[in-house]
Ligand binder design. Structure first.
Ligand SMILES: Cc1cc2nc3c(=O)[nH]c(=O)nc-3n(C[C@H](O)[C@H](O)[C@H](O)COP(=O)(O)OP(=O)(O)OC[C@H]3O[C@@H](n4cnc5c(N)ncnc54)[C@H](O)[C@@H]3O)c2cc1C
Length: 499
């Protein structure tokens, strides 16, 4: 390797987790280099495409307004009801959706450091606002927030990334775009001593004392998707960046890192069937269609296949994304009537929607290429199974259920009988993968014998062990922020010991 001054910390990636790592490493006095495989015009990774929604522990509005959202006016505060989100609730939610498979140690680090990590983001220039449009309903004149993901970065994910990049620039942190890490270099005693990169001019070995891998999962690598998620996953859409192709995971495995977590699992959602193969930087996450709890979902045979009202969308949307993969032609149709259509989230009102509207169910079915008699029968059976709706309230689990169906719709079950009827056609869009490398309580990557690989740290999507089979909304960015900030600090501390 050339005898240039080694960087203290090289961070691979420039999404949320990586930028948190880079900024915090800099705060510890480290000389930091950020490597980003994407060109600058595709900056921000998956983090850019997000709504910027975070799930974190807090004690309600007064608490959040202290140091996370201090700009909220009194009038705005008066207008909103924000339920508390305590550590036990966060833990129970994570364990419920992952069927108690999430790693205990990682889970408690995430939960217990989430509140401080939000304040850290605010201190470092990220501004937050309530998530009015997507995570609250107006009930009795007030905005009632629900579901646990109630605060978003101003400007969503694009705003979050912009704030963090501005902060990194202000601190003088060097970022090299179009420069992907391809290989980790070690000394004979296993210590990390550099990174091989592939830049615009060719390959280069860059010396360093430590590395933070924060360069995403393998969701944009069709070959790895089929290998680990299973047949058919090569055909799904990708919701975000095309650059998360598993490089960080593969580089770490190549030097003996331990694979960890749910390698056959991923985050995926109902996504407009006409969406392009990868994320669109203008439409962002608006191809998603997440208001299915307000209606019903059928496949192209006209059959319902999930309990659309099983729980809040934040706790079911990922499992249902996978369920759509198993339907004929990987397609699901969401159907609403005029009783609920006005409540659909903003993403239903973009120009780029695959939508059919009709005055009768039969006409709707024809527009959808579904057998009209079959769809009529499904909706008649569903309507007949709906009971009293006096308690209907979309902001809580209202228990307004069908009975005698398989599957029932167990909350928010209103008959679909007020035309015109509106249908949206979706397929599966993958967000990120759950399998990754194993880290310990200092973010150090562990090898296959449970020993630390000296100088190697990881954060973000490529850390395995937090999410299994399902995922509680708003936890990806939170995990990136918590483990990113930690990785930056621990990597800088370690680099200091090698000076
Ligand atoms: C449409 C969409 C909406 C979402 N909404 C939310 C939400 O509201 N809330 C939430 O919590 N989560 C959300 N998520 C999930 C969230 O995006 C991820 O959990 C999180 O952004 C991952 O952050 P990260 O830093 O690990 O990865 P990324 O932000 O993807 O960053 C990884 C970076 O590494 C770069 N890279 C890849 N390979 C290399 C290499 N070899 N060398 C150098 N760089 C490399 C990539 O180009 C990328 O910039 C959403 C995701 C999508 C796609």
């Amino acid at each position: 390797m050339p005898s240039v001054d080694p960087y203290d910390v090289i961070v691979a990636g420039a999404g949320n987790a990586a930028l948190c790592a880079a900024i915090n490493a800099h705060h510890q006095g480290a000389r930091v280099l950020v490597l980003e495989k994407a060109p600058e015009e595709e900056k921000g990774g998956n983090s850019y495409f997000t709504a910027g929604g975070f799930r974190f522990t807090h004690n309600g509005l007064d608490d959040v307004c202290q140091d996370v959202m201090p700009d909220l006016s009194d009038a705005e505060r008066e207008q909103m009801i924000l339920p508390t989100h305590d550590r036990q609730f966060f833990y129970d939610t994570l364990m419920k959706v992952t069927r108690h498979q999430a790693d205990e140690e990682l889970a408690w680090i995430l939960i217990d450091e989430s509140r401080d990590a939000m304040a850290w983001l605010r201190e470092n220039g990220v501004r937050f606002i309530p998530m009015y449009g997507r995570q609250s309903y107006e009930v009795d004149g007030k905005q009632h927030f629900y579901g646990g993901v109630n605060i978003e970065a101003v400007g969503g994910g694009a705003g979050l990334v912009t704030f963090l990049l501005e902060r990194a620039a202000k601190l003088g942190i060097e970022i090299r775009y179009q420069t992907g890490a391809t290989k980790l270099i070690q000394d004979q005693d296993y210590k990390i001593s550099g990174v091989t990169v592939r830049g615009p001019e060719g390959y280069e070995d860059i010396p360093c004392r430590s590395v933070v891998l924060a360069c995403g999962g393998f969701e944009s690598n069709p070959e790895m998707r089929v290998r680990y998620l299973g047949p058919g996953w090569d055909l799904c859409r990708v919701r975000g960046t095309r650059h998360n192709t598993g490089d960080g995971i593969n580089m770490a495995l190549a030097i003996g890192a331990q694979s960890f977590g749910n390698w056959s699992g991923c985050h995926s959602v109902g996504w407009d069937i006409s969406a392009p193969p990868y994320g669109d930087r203008w439409i962002l996450d608006n191809f998603q269609k997440h208001s299915y709890p307000l209606g019903i979902m059928v496949n192209t045979d006209g059959d319902r296949f999930v309990d659309e009202g099983e729980d809040y969308r934040n706790l079911t949307y990922v499992r249902f994304g996978k369920a759509i993969m198993a339907q004929p032609h990987r397609t699901a149709v969401q159907i609403f009537d005029q009783k609920t259509v006005h409540r659909l989230r903003d993403e239903y009102r973009i120009r780029e929607v695959t939508k059919v509207e009709a005055d009768t169910i039969e006409e709707l079915a024809e527009g959808l290429d579904i057998n009209p008699g079959k769809l009529r029968a499904t909706i008649d059976a569903y309507n007949a199974a709906c009971g009293a709706d006096a308690d209907y309230n979309p902001a809580i689990l209202d228990g307004v259920t069908t009975s005698g169906l398989s599957p029932n719709k167990t909350n928010w079950a209103l008959p679909i009988d007020k035309p015109p009827y509106v249908a949206y056609v979706t397929t599966t869009g993958i967000t990120f993968t759950f399998g990754g490398v194993k880290i310990n309580d200092k973010n150090e990557v562990q090898d296959i014998t449970d020993r630390t690989i000296p100088g190697l740290y990881a954060a973000g999507e490529l850390v395995g062990g937090l999410f299994y089979e399902n995922y509680p909304g708003g936890t990806g960015l939170m995990s990136g922020a918590v483990f990113g900030q930690r990785a930056g600090k621990f990597a800088a501390d370690y680099a200091r010991t090698r000076n």
